[in-house]
Write a protein that binds this ligand. Sequence first.
Ligand code: DC
Length: 232
Amino acid sequence: MKSTRPFHQTPVITIDGPTASGKGTVAALVAAQLGFHLLDSGALYRLAALASTRYHVAADDVDALVKLIDDLHIMFREGLAQLDGADVSSEIRAEAIGNRASAIAVHQPVRAALVARQRAFRKAPGLVADGRDMGTVIFPDAGLKVFLTASVEARAARRHKQLIQKGFSANIDDLLRDLRERDERDSSRAAAPLKPAADAQLLDTSALSVDEAVEQVVQWYQAAQELKASHS
Ligand code: DC
């Protein structure tokens, strides 16, 4: 029998964009302000990437990657990411893991294996989801879709600061090169390439503070809610 269930009513705000565009920080603060749950979908790809190195699964062995993801024991608790019961929140932030996440994310079956885990985050009172394809593939019915951008130089500077703060060593020229390569791979892949949803609001954060970006997203959300209320 064909399902006639209406679209999920729990509100979702999607925040997509390239690596180091600030989407993670903005998403976490918007979620905190609205009292919503948070999905950092990049962390899921990073956990899968970390597991693939631990269990010696090659980044192009698609069948083995899918099996690994199906059996993955992961958990997010109070902002911490766990793999097999151990906290790996810092480990998954390493550039090598980010690059590997980008490499495994090109495979459509790998992406498909992560869909249900991502949609399971949609719970009352609402969800803020950040990633690359949140608005285009995972939550196409989201009430607000935002696409965050920033110049590659601004992103490299931010990522540099972030890595140093976390105790990793980092070189700005290496970061610029890595970001360009990662952007190219994430945007040119056939499976769910990084691109704004047709109905996404674009937000360039190059010259914005984090607070200004958060305020803009919350304002758009409130405006979308008001519009919805006036139509019902
Ligand atoms: O957002 P991030 O840098 O933590 O993501 C790491 C990699 O994971 C990114 O380069 C591409 C992949 N990714 C993806 O393909 N789709 C997502 N929704 C999130 C991340």
